[in-house]
Ligand binder design. Structure first.
Ligand SMILES: Nc1ncnc2c1ncn2[C@@H]1O[C@H](COP(=O)(O)OP(=O)(O)OP(=O)(O)O)[C@@H](O)[C@H]1O
Ligand SMILES: [Mg+2]
Length: 418
């Protein structure tokens, strides 16, 4: 037996792993604390954040830590099947009915089931001796959880796939209300709703008769980018502790800063980028150096960001008219740190990044942004309130950061084909 297990890059950097890799998980104390507290409270829980920010890993980690039993229903499937109840039925089938021995036989021939037809519940026939799927699922989860006091959760993941689909959102509201009903509540199973959209509570608040639903939901703070420190830990741990690679002399800070910058510290993007870098470093004698960065940027853009690359590329001005102002503006967008931004903020960045070509000039940033926000392959869009802008897809900012370089006051883009 070797003293040290040696890992391959894809065992360390796992951008699409459903299972949490305990060795690579970086702690997120505030979010974990918020979720742990929410588990103790009486409400159902909402976890929201952009794609790849680590929502699924967060709840899996916290559930493992707190010994919480859970099953996951995938709302993407519900969307495909046109019904949440159908997906809940899948959960029951998947989890193995064979293990369910605690059923009260002949409980009811008729059970109320939440179906989205505008009213709260809807009578539907089920076989005698069988519960309707939602209740069956709660029974199953409770019996699987074992100890009566053990927290048990039904996770409804990928809310974004049904958000805005009225029928399914109504069904979700029905399910939440149904859990107040004594028969359903007796199983003491709580819901954890997970997805990209924010203001889920407000969504329900604004739908007629659904404010009661909002009162039953507790939203934990947004799951977002990692802190600087956590991103550093993730990269260092992966390359040095796990892979046993070394950083070239004086390269560590620059490389880690670059990775944090282009990935915007989004966990999934960090793993994607580091995986590419690890492959390159492996061929480089297991040394991570700044000389690898350009080719890793290119490889990452080509394999994981190709759609974003073409959107940015199309938005750029190839003819470089008006001293490439449009390209300077796009570059400046990449420098923004916040998701929503105003015209003045972009103008400030353009002026400070390109002082020579902007001095004493009037810049029509307003017109530029409105062009970039129009058309089908648009780079940015107006914020819901209409007084500022945001990226049409948060990946575009990362892509701009990896793809555009400043040469003097001109912008050059990294070409994908070398
Ligand atoms: N705390 C963490 N520490 C280290 N890596 C993490 C952490 N959280 C997430 N990751 C990495 O990011 C990847 C994506 O995480 P996860 O699947 O939890 O994101 P998500 O927010 O659920 O995304 P989606 O909205 O697409 O479902 C994981 O596969 C893992 O590689
Ligand atoms: Mg997820």
């Amino acid at each position: 037996m070797p003293l040290f297990h040696t890992y391959e890059p894809e065992e360390v950097f796992t951008p699409r792993n459903h299972e949490v890799n305990e060795k690579m998980y970086v702690d997120r104390p505030e979010l974990e604390f918020a979720l742990e507290n929410a588990l103790k409270g009486g409400k159902h829980i909402v976890v929201h954040g952009e794609s790849g920010t680590g929502k699924s890993w967060l709840y899996k980690r916290v559930f493992a830590k707190t010994g919480t039993y859970y099953e996951v229903a995938n709302l993407a499937n519900a969307s495909r099947l046109g019904s949440i109840t159908k997906e809940i039925e899948n959960v029951v089938n998947r989890t193995g009915q064979a293990t369910v021995t605690g059923y009260k036989e002949g409980k009811s021939a008729k059970a109320s089931v939440a179906v989205a037809e505008g009213q709260l519940t809807h009578e539907k026939e089920y076989e005698v001796g069988r519960q309707e799927p939602f209740e069956e699922c709660l029974t199953l989860i409770r019996s699987r959880a074992g100890r009566p006091k053990r927290a048990a959760i039904l996770v409804l993941d990928n809310l974004e796939t049904i958000f805005g689909r009225r029928k399914l959102m109504t069904e979700l509201a029905d399910i939440i209300i149904l859990l107040d009903d004594e028969r359903y509540a007796s199983h003491a199973v709580k819901l954890l709703v997970v997805g990209v959209p924010h203001r889920v509570r407000e969504y329900f608040n604004e739908t007629p008769n659904r404010a009661t639903v909002a009162n039953r939901l507790h939203e934990i703070p947004e799951v977002s980018r990692l802190s600087d420190k956590s991103a550093q830990i993730l990269v260092y741990r992966g390359f040095v502790n796990m892979l046993k690679y070394a950083f070239a002399e004086h390269a560590q800070r620059d490389v880690i800063n670059h990775i944090a910058w282009v990935t915007d510290r989004i966990p999934q993007r960090l793993h994607e980028y580091c995986l590419e870098l690890a492959y390159h470093a492996k061929r480089n004698g297991r040394i991570v150096s700044t000389a690898l960065i350009d080719s890793v940027d290119r490889a990452w853009l080509a394999s994981d960001q190709s759609h974003a690359y073409s959107v940015v590329e199309n938005a750029m001005n190839e003819r470089e008219t008006r001293v490439g102002r449009r390209n300077q503006t796009i570059f400046a967008l990449g420098c923004l740190r916040q998701n929503e931004f105003r015209i003045g903020e972009v103008e400030d960045i353009v002026r400070s990044e390109f002082p020579r070509s902007t001095v004493d000039k009037r810049l029509d940033i307003s017109g530029m942004l409105s062009q970039l926000a129009s058309g089908s392959g648009r780079l940015i869009k107006r914020s819901p309130k209409g007084d500022s802008y945001m990226f049409a897809d948060p990946r575009y900012r990362m892509c701009i950061r990896a793809m555009l370089r400043k040469r003097g006051e001109e912008i050059v883009k990294i070409q994908l084909e070398s």
